[in-house]
Design a protein around this ligand. Structure first.
Ligand code: HEM
Length: 530
């Protein structure tokens, strides 16, 4: 009853007024105590409401008074997984993240990824809905299916064609970040700051074309929008049991945040003159106009704005969604790979050797610069590819990728576990990435071993139940070839010209709340120190 009552209230909110009131209320001591009590009650009520459901799989006896496990999990996700997997097996349920979650590992993950009744985007949007957060209108107007279609049609099959452009812009972006580097070397505080700019620039050169990628406002938004908007939504565990309230908060951020307004404004200012030019040329069939070769042009030709929306706003929405999918994810991936290279003695030079061998075998003198890289050559860097796959396998992804059962039926897995309508199945990524029976009997899976995939015929875009970094099934990341090629190119460009060394200790996180490693490093020019 209590559960229904609070959800009923959440549904009947006067959005604007209530959120203001709630914020004022929450900032008083009485408010804080009241809210904490309400959250505990809702979590407890959810537990009581669901506890009698037959779930066909064992349950984690929650460590809190309310039978919930989120705190235990967040304190040490790896210990949580090892303990409960040993005791309960590959599929169990727990009161996690404010609701009843079925945690799935082993081959059972297939039954989630490949079943259309489960929806990852709906699971993600419970806590992070980029359409709401960036005021992009209804999800149906620009869904993940739309973005996926565009990536599959207009990007992935044309990667070879885009490669020279991507290499050029990654190189340009790296140079802008490193500047001139003398023989004494130059110190940098964090890898993310080095790679974020080149990734944004290269992605922009493909999404909106080389000309528009010179626009500083646009690049600023491509680089920073995800982090700026994400920080408007600082983690708020007390909202977890209230998905509707959480969505209301995201809607509010999207509608009112000056950060969102600024980024949307920057994108609109940058895009408008170019859109006007293109639309005019298209309307008049101008024979002197050379059709631009980028994603924006394909969008203009194949997609129509929904009723009531102009082309400019529609294209701002598209660029926002592409940015959210592509740029931070790839920058974060590159950051992890470079920190692993900094961490492992001798690996930098081993990859440099590989690069020279590949170039020589392709008839290119090993003194050649980065201009000789092509998609074929990048694909021959098999040691580097193994480093990338191993970095992603060993990353801090634990119980994640929530998939909501969107159907009206109970889904029963082959081991009898039941997931009720509206409930979520979570993928136990860490378990699969560390399971010897899935990882070809490999040893020491909890260690980072950079070359373990060298002869394993598993490259870094090959998804499966043993490698879930890009998801699996028909919704698996369609941008993974682009992302991996960008990561490879960044490493290849740096290898060609520089040596990188850690300065002091590096820190590798073990909890999900810290997204990537940390530590200072120095860059030296290769030629002067060789
Ligand atoms: C290292 C970088 C990246 C990572 C780790 C990553 C990861 C993921 C994951 C885990 C999913 C969900 C898969 C599932 O539901 O099974 C996904 C979906 C998606 N990704 Fe990526 N991604 C990356 C880069 C990119 C890039 C560069 C693009 C576009 C150019 C992109 C576009 C998409 C799209 C459109 C979807 C939605 C697919 C659908 O729902 O059908 N991603 N990505």
């Amino acid at each position: 009853m209590l559960f229904q009552y609070i959800h009923h209230l959440a549904e009947r909110f006067d959005h604007k007024k209530t959120l203001d009131q709630l914020q004022t209320f929450a900032s008083t001591p009485e408010g804080a105590v009241g809210i904490t009590a309400a959250v505990a009650l809702v979590a407890g009520a959810s537990y009581l409401k669901n506890k009698n459901n037959d779930r066909g799989c064992p349950k984690v006896p929650g460590s809190s008074v309310w039978g919930t496990s989120t705190e235990e999990y967040r304190a040490d996700p790896k210990a949580f997984i090892v303990k409960w997997q040993n005791e309960l097996g590959p599929v169990y349920h727990a009161e996690l993240f404010g609701h009843t979650a079925t945690v799935v590992s082993g081959s059972y993950v297939r039954e989630i990824f490949l079943n259309d009744k489960f929806d990852f985007m709906a699971g993600l949007h419970r806590t992070f809905d980029n359409m709401l957060l960036t005021n992009c209108g209804p999800y149906e107007d620009l869904s993940a299916a739309h973005t996926s279609e565009v990536v599959k049609k207009f990007l992935s099959p044309h990667l070879k064609h885009f490669t020279p452009r991507v290499i050029e812009h990654l190189q340009q972006g790296l140079k802008a970040q490193t500047g001139e580097i003398s023989a004494e070397g130059k110190q940098f505080p964090h890898v993310y700051g080095l790679v974020q700019h080149p990734v944004a620039l290269a992605s922009a050169s493909v999404f909106v074309g080389p000309e528009l990628s010179k626009n500083e406002l646009l690049i600023d938004s491509f680089k920073n929008m995800v982090i700026d908007v994400g920080s408007e939504l600082l983690p708020n565990p007390w909202l977890e049991p209230f998905p509707r309230l959480n969505r209301l908060r995201m809607w509010w951020v999207g509608k009112t945040s000056s950060t969102v307004k600024r980024h949307r404004g920057q994108l609109a200012t940058a895009l408008k003159p170019e859109l006007d030019r293109r639309l005019k040329a298209m309307a008049s069939n101008d024979s002197n106009w050379e059709r631009p070769d980028d994603i924006l042009q394909n969008l203009l030709e194949h997609y129509t704005p929904p009723k009531g929306m102009d082309t400019l706003n529609y294209m701002v929405n598209w660029m926002t969604q592409l940015t959210f999918a592509a740029i931070h994810t790839t920058s974060e991936g590159s950051t992890w790979v470079l920190y692993r290279l900094l961490q492992t003695p001798g690996l930098w030079e081993e990859l440099y050797q590989e690069q020279n061998e590949v170039l020589e075998a392709s008839g290119i003198d090993s003194s050649a610069g980065a201009e000789v890289f092509t998609r074929e050559i990048l694909n021959k860097f098999v040691k580097m590819d193994s480093v990338i796959r191993e970095t992603m396998r060993a990353r801090t992804a634990y119980i994640t990728l929530p998939h909501i059962n969107k159907s009206n039926e109970v889904v029963t897995l082959s081991n009898g576990a039941k997931i009720y309508p509206g409930e979520s199945a979570y993928i136990n990524v860490w378990s699969n990435h560390n399971d010897p029976s899935l990882q070809n009997s490999m040893k020491d899976l909890q260690q980072f071993k950079p070359l373990r995939f060298l002869d394993a015929e598993k490259n870094s875009t090959k998804i499966g139940e043993d490698f879930l970094f890009f998801g699996m099934g028909k919704h698996a990341c369609p941008g993974r070839w682009f992302a991996v090629q960008e990561i490879k190119t960044i490493v290849a460009l740096l290898l060609r010209e520089y040596k990188l060394e850690a300065v002091g200790d590096l820190f590798f996180p073990e909890v999900e709340s810290i997204p990537f490693p940390m530590g200072e490093f120095k860059i030296y020019p290769r030629k002067q120190v060789a």
